[in-house]
Every structure is written in C-alpha cells, then in structure tokens.
Design a protein around this ligand. Structure first.
Ligand code: TEU
Ligand code: CA
Length: 554
C-alpha cells in the first residue's frame, strides 16, 4: 500500500467561537488561534481542522455561509486568516478547512437571487417544489426538528432545508452549482490550505423524485434519507478529478448515514474520491432504539466494540478510517463513556484515548478532549443555545413524548452546547478564554481542569495524549497494523490486538468502574508494557476500574 502523509497524522479540531478570544468580545477569533498554535504543536498534532470561519449570520454557528470567500467579521479579517495559515505552516502545522456545500445561508447572494422569481437565473441553484394538497412537498424532517421545507412568500413555493430554514440546500444536480463550488475550493487551495473536512457531503445527491420516507416518532422522515444518493460518487469523483487530484490533500467527508460498504467508495485507497470519512455508526451505539440521539443514553459496550471492530477489520487494506470520539456535535466523551468524577475522570479520559489512538486510522482530537474536559452542569434549558438540540427537544415535547424535566435531563447529556463551552486555558477569570463575557458560560470546573495546570504535570491527560501521539509517529505497527478484537462478548473490557511485520500490540481497556478479572492471554507474558494509565503495574489477574494499558512484542 502506498503510504500517504495523512495516514500517520493526528488532527486537532478547533471550534473557533470557543477556542480563544483576543479582543474581549467573548467570542473566539483568528488572532486568538494564532496565539495558541504553540500549544497545539506541543501536544504533537500536525494538522488543524478549523470549523467554519467564513462570513455567516451564525444561525448554526458558521455552518450557514453567506460568503465562502470572506471571513466572519467576529473572527477577524482575511489578513488574519493569511497570518494564521503562514504561522501554522511555519510551525509545521497543516490547516484543513471546513467545506459546507450541501447548503448555504439564506443570506448568500445566490439564494437572495434564487427566491426572487421562478425564472431567476439562480432559481435552480436550490431545491424548490410546489406544495402538495396545501402542505409541504413531502414528509422529510429537518435534522434540527420540524419540516425540511419552508414556504417562501415571493413565489409561494417551498425550498428544501435539511438543517435550519436559514440553511437552504444547494441543488448539486445543477452543473452551475458544481462549477461554483469547485471554483471556490480551488481558490482556497491556491492560498495554500492543506485539505477539507466536508460537511454532510453524503447528502448532496437527493433521491430521484424526493419521495416520502418512513415517518419517525415525531411524524417526519429522517434527513438521512438523502444519504448516499444516486449521483453521490459521480459528483465526488468529478470534484476529485477537477480539483482535489491537483493537490496533496487530507480530505475527510462528514458522512451522516454512511454505511461501511459505501465507505469503500468514499474513502477508497485508490484516491478516486476522499482520504477518509467520519462515520456515525459508533456514535449511535448508545442511542435510544425509538427516539435515537435525543433521549437518555443506552450504553452498550459490546455493541460499541462490535461496530468499531467491524470498521477496523473491513476497511483494512481497502479504505482508510478516521478515529474520533468527540467533535463540536457530540457531548464530551469523558461524560458519555468515561467518569466525570474527581477520582476517575483523568484515568477514564486516558483509557478512552488509549482505546481510540491505538487503532488503525487517523485520530481526531477535539479541543479540550486532550484535557479530559467534561459536559457542562446546565441548570435550565433556557441557558442552552444549540439550534439542533433545542429544535429536537421542542419536537418531542410538542408531541407529548418528553416533559420539560425529562428534556433538561436529556439535554444535559446530549446537547451540542456541552462541547461548545469555552476552552479551559487556566484556573483564572473565564478560564483565560476571554477578558469579556463569554458567548456560552465557562464550565466552573475550569479551576481544576485547565491547560496551564496540565502542562505543568507529567501525569496529566495532556501529557498522556502527547505520549500516544509520539508512539503513533514512531510506530508503523500503530498506523498500519492489522486489528483483531478479543473477548467480543465481555460487557466491560475492550481488548484488541494489532499486528504488523512481526511486531504486535495487545490493548486492554476497562470501560467500567469495576475491578474486572482478566488473565493476559497465553504468549503475552513476556511482552513489554508500552503505555498505561495507572502509575504502576496492577495486581495479577485483574484490570482496575477504568484501567488501560498496551503490551508490545517484537
Ligand atoms: O453535522 C451534520 C450532522 O449530521 C450533525 O448534525 C450530526 O449528525 C448530528 O449533530 C448528530 O445528531 C454538520 C455539522 O457538523 C453540524 O455542526 C451542522 O449543524 C450541520 O452539519 C449542518 O451544517
Ligand atoms: Ca473575539
């Protein structure tokens, strides 16, 4: 297999709004990021994925773009961006931008034109349909709750929005749209960026005829009906041929609804489409069977192991995995699959990192994950801001499927706000994030969980992530080794091996607060301990609560 630079990379995701404010307005910005680049270099990541920084009215915090070739005024100027890119490259850090082209903002000039009249030249840049029997054209629901259709007064027709009504879907079947998008991508690539994370790129080719789907508990069909549509791979191969193939890029498709089979096309090692995808199957391992994500967690470790192991095994040698627990859409992994308690928070954070970072694929670290940051202790729904979480809660409440008290309990676990509270730099005022009033409150536990304190301690979560990254950088066994799951039925232990050219690894992770009986398998007794999250070797025959370690043998 021909090696690619991004296969041994580690990516650090920055959500600019919450990373570092430099001008006291309580909103993170580009100059703030420039100031923190040495911190990312120290961690050992070599790529930064920047969530959107383009001009936007911020209905969905930048995922609603009104000008792809201008910088959001809250974040700074194009000169600030050019300085960020140059500063990152000077430190050996690559920059991957967030490409949001399934939809634009309704304030984009294309949509302002498109909605003017049925014969406007931009009309078919978007997806317009007449209503049916006085209602929406079909029963599709928005990812953010409610219908995926919005009636527009000027022409009395409906436009499609799989996300907010201020995020109209682009019509990718229109060659003019593809020309516009590919031209804009090339403009950014000629500035020297190093790749793209492609927002909901699996949704760009809608099913022929936009048929009704199976209605879910709130009466709408899922937005994921559009995933892997009839022209999906045709459009991605065109994008690859006309743009991506001219550069040496990391491209990762965020693919809601993608299957393992489809991923063999999206992320094929032959380079015909993208480098890799974000799949969501493992993120759904703790969903409610009926209500899905926006319901109390159904933790099932054997199910999580089966999913991750199947992706490891079936893509090996064919396509490339991304590896993630957290991003700006998922609650903090320590609160979800670890322990947020004082006693075990750090150990469980290191266990989760060990489990993920010793697998095959490119690991992604979301800002604050390297510190073991946790969900926020929300006291009321009124404190929350996330358009997706609140929209889904309202749908459930209005249909009598959830009381307000149940809603608060659920949102405390599941809301995307949990992972968007400001980065915790130090124990001081507003955690060193801003000198003003932060747009979202700083977690009070920043006095205990913060970067400054962890940089000063050798056994911190930060230093553990640093060790894992350094191991990946020096061991082909970790990057390319073949994966095999052991003890598939064990309810608490996640145990797997990696093997590559005569070297092998045994990874043991306890996903529980219990002491678990476990004998190191035959043949591993003389292996050396490569890394572990407990200071000293434990008693024979058991794995301690939240313990993780890896044994290595040549
Ligand atoms: O996310 C798309 C998406 O499907 C997510 O909303 C995710 O599936 C969901 O949060 C899980 O419940 C992308 C961006 O990452 C997200 O921030 C945007 O809100 C969304 O697209 C629209 O651009
Ligand atoms: Ca600012």
């Amino acid at each position: 297999m021909e090696k690619k630079w991004w296969q041994s990379s580690v990516v650090y995701q920055i959500y600019p709004r919450s990373f570092q404010d430099s001008n006291g307005d309580g909103i993170g910005d580009l100059q703030g990021i420039i100031r923190r680049l040495p911190y990312i270099r120290e961690l050992g990541a070599d790529v930064i994925w920047l969530s959107p920084v383009y001009q936007s009215p911020n209905d969905d915090n930048g995922y609603d773009i009104s000008d792809y070739q201008a910088i959001m005024k809250e974040f700074g100027t194009m000169a600030d961006f050019d300085e960020l890119l140059a500063s990152a490259h000077a430190l050996g850090l690559k920059i991957v931008m967030d490409l949001v082209v399934n939809h634009t903002s309704d304030e984009h000039r294309w949509f302002a034109e498109s909605r003017k009249s049925k014969d406007n030249p931009y009309r078919d840049y978007y997806i317009w349909r007449e209503g049916k029997d006085g209602a929406e054209p079909n029963n599709w629901g928005s990812c953010f709750g409610g219908s995926a259709w919005q009636k527009d007064d000027a022409t009395g027709m409906y436009y499609l929005h799989l996300f907010s009504r201020k995020q109209p879907d682009l019509n990718w079947d229109n060659p003019a749209v593809r020309d516009e998008v590919f031209g804009m991508m090339d403009w950014w690539l000629r500035k020297g960026i190093d790749g793209f994370r492609m927002d909901v790129i699996s949704l760009i080719s809608k099913p022929e005829g936009l048929p009704d789907g199976e209605a879910g508990p709130t009466g709408y069909a899922s937005f994921e009906l559009s995933a892997n549509g009839p022209h999906e791979h045709e459009y991605l191969r065109e994008m690859n041929r006309r743009v991506l193939s001219k550069y040496d890029l990391l491209t990762v498709g965020e693919c809601a609804g993608v299957t393992l089979e489809e991923t063999k096309s999206y992320a094929n090692l032959d380079g015909s489409e993208l480098s890799m995808v974000f799949q969501f199957e493992h993120m759904g391992a703790d969903f409610d069977p009926v209500l899905g994500r926006y319901a109390p967690q159904h933790k099932d470790i054997p199910k999580l192991k089966e999913i991750l192991s199947r992706w490891q095994r079936e893509l090996d040698g064919i396509a490339w995995n991304s590896l993630y627990w957290d991003n700006h859409d998922q609650p903090r992994i320590v609160s979800r699959y670890g322990s947020a308690s004082e006693r075990y928070r750090e150990r469980s954070a290191k266990m989760l990192a060990t489990c993920l970072h010793l697998m095959q694929g490119t690991p992604y670290i979301y800002q604050g994950e390297e510190l073991g940051m946790t969900n926020y202790p929300w006291e009321s729904i009124a404190e929350m801001k996330d358009i997706e979480s609140l929209g889904n809660y309202r749908d459930l409440r209005d249909r009598g499927l959830m009381t307000e008290a149940e809603g608060l309990a659920m949102l405390r676990e599941r809301s995307r706000d949990n992972v968007r509270t400001p980065m915790q730099w130090d124990a001081g005022e507003q955690a060193g994030f801003t000198t003003g009033k932060p747009w979202l409150p700083v977690n009070p536990n920043h006095t205990v969980i913060n970067a400054e304190e962890q940089l000063s301690r050798a056994d911190s979560v930060f230093r553990y992530y640093q060790q894992l990254i350094a191991l990946r950088k020096r061991m082909d066994l970790i990057v390319y080794g073949h994966y095999e799951l052991l003890l598939p039925e064990h309810p608490d232990l996640f145990v797997y091996t990696r093997e590559w050219k005569g070297e092998r690894l045994l990874v043991v992770c306890n996903f529980s607060e219990r002491e678990v009986p476990f004998e190191v398998p035959e043949g591993w007794q003389d292996a050396e301990r490569l890394i572990g999250n407990c200071e000293e070797k434990g008693p024979e025959g058991i794995v301690r609560p939240w313990e993780a370690y890896a044994l290595y043998e040549k």
